[in-house]
Ligand binder design. Structure first.
Ligand code: NAP
Ligand code: ZN
Ligand code: ZN
Length: 357
């Protein structure tokens, strides 16, 4: 596949052309490096389940797929060129790109570092457009990205950077609600689903000082859960174990990617407990109002995190030595990695080796 010829920097990546298509090499152009832009040679790109939802057009009502689509919003790379007015980066630095690459910069959300809740809608890293609402964005399953330095993150990690890439989505998506709801020492926290987001949530909640329970449908993940830091592991398919968990937790973070019953997890909260959903399955969840009323419980959602908080999360992870547990793959394995992720068989994030692609 080839995108229509345009001015700019020729690059290549891997794209799907439809909801059932497999990944194919794709040649396209990034914009020329402007005065405030940096050019990044992408080293690693994580595979988030949101990539799968979008590539397969499973969010058609909310974010319809734009094809050809180059997914990837967990990006780490090396800066190889900087514009004349760039101050934050120099050539050779390591930079990260998360889920958005621009926003209106002036609305109340942008003014408060919540660019992901931009009133005009931010420019998503792929399957969206630049703020001109015309130029398509292509993601990190590619060799290069050109981005305004304001929206690129400083990565100060040393050594192997493959486990850092997933922090740019899985890391911030779990860090942000844990911070927002004050998770810390003395708190009992439940993490539902031990996948890419879930395993980061376990590491982060532990580093914040909480006692962590993992709810999983996969009995084979118990020992990994404990190695990741979980204090308890509950097989969510075991009704007795679920009944025993009732009323025991202060906070639950639901990271599940597929349709499932959320009521047992609301039930696991004690009075004044909070249930936050970050997983985005297709079907709406069903919840009886009484299950919130009885116990004054809160039901909330959370989308990734803003730019300042994403930088804070990267710095927190660097300080605590937190990275993602990954399986490094070549681009010809992306389709298989998608199928394995859907089967809950990622341990715990597939990361594409773009440097050697
Ligand atoms: P993932 O790696 O595939 O993990 C999802 C986990 O959910 C699986 O590992 C599995 O854990 C559990 N699961 C899968 N199928 C299930 C089923 N039928 N019933 C119950 N549990 C099931 O996905 P991810 O990358 O962590 O993403 C998780 C979800 O969050 C996706 O929907 C994604 O789009 C969404 N997301 C949201 C945001 C946001 O900003 N809110 C950001 C990123 C991703 P066990 O094997 O332990 O059961
Ligand atoms: Zn993601
Ligand atoms: Zn804005």
């Amino acid at each position: 596949m080839t995108a229509p010829a345009a001015e700019g920097i020729a690059t290549r990546g891997f794209a799907v052309s439809g909801p059932e298509a497999t990944f194919e090499p794709f040649e396209f152009q990034r914009r020329d490096v402007g005065p405030k832009d940096i050019l990044i040679d992408i080293l690693y790109a994580g595979i988030c389940h949101s990539d799968i939802h979008q590539a397969r057009d499973e969010w058609a009502e909310m974010m319809p797929a734009i094809y050809p689509m180059v997914p990837g919003h967990e990006i780490v790379g090396r800066v190889t060129k900087v514009g004349d007015e760039v101050a934050k980066f120099k050539e050779g630095d390591i930079a990260g790109i998360g889920c958005f690459v621009d926003s209106c910069r002036v609305c109340p959300s942008c003014a408060h570092g919540n660019e992901h809740y931009c009133y005009q809608g931010c420019a998503f890293t792929y399957n969206g457009t630049e703020m001109d609402r015309t130029t398509p964005t292509y993601g990190g399953y590619s060799k290069h990205y050109v981005i305004d330095e304001k929206y690129a993150l400083k990565v100060n990690a040393e050594g192997d950077l493959s486990g850092v890439a997933p922090l740019l989505c899985a890391g911030i998506t779990t860090y942000s609600p844990l911070k927002r709801w004050g998770v810390g020492p003395g708190q009992k926290v439940g993490i539902v689903g031990l996948g890419g987001l879930g395993h980061m949530a376990v590491k982060l909640a532990k580093a914040m000082g909480a006692e962590v329970t993992v709810f999983s449908t996969s009995p084979g993940k118990e020992s990994d859960a404990r190695t990741l830091g979980a204090d308890s592991f509950i097989l969510s398919k075991d009704p007795e174990a679920m009944a025993a968990a009732a009323g025991t937790l202060n906070f639950v973070l639901d990271t599940v990617s597929a349709d499932h019953d959320i009521n047992p997890y609301i039930n696991a909260l004690g009075p004044f407990g909070t249930f936050v959903v970050v997983g985005m399955p297709h079907a709406p969840a069903t919840l009886h109002q009484a299950s919130l009323i009885m116990g004054n419980k809160t039901f909330a959602g959370s989308l990734i995190g803003g730019f300042p908080e994403t930088q804070e999360m990267l710095d927190f992870c660097a300080k605590h030595g937190i990275t993602s547990d990954i399986e490094l793959i070549k681009p010809d394995y992306i389709d298989t990695a998608y199928d394995r992720t859907v089967k809950a068989d990622a341990r715990y994030r597939f990361v594409i080796d773009m440097a050697n692609a």
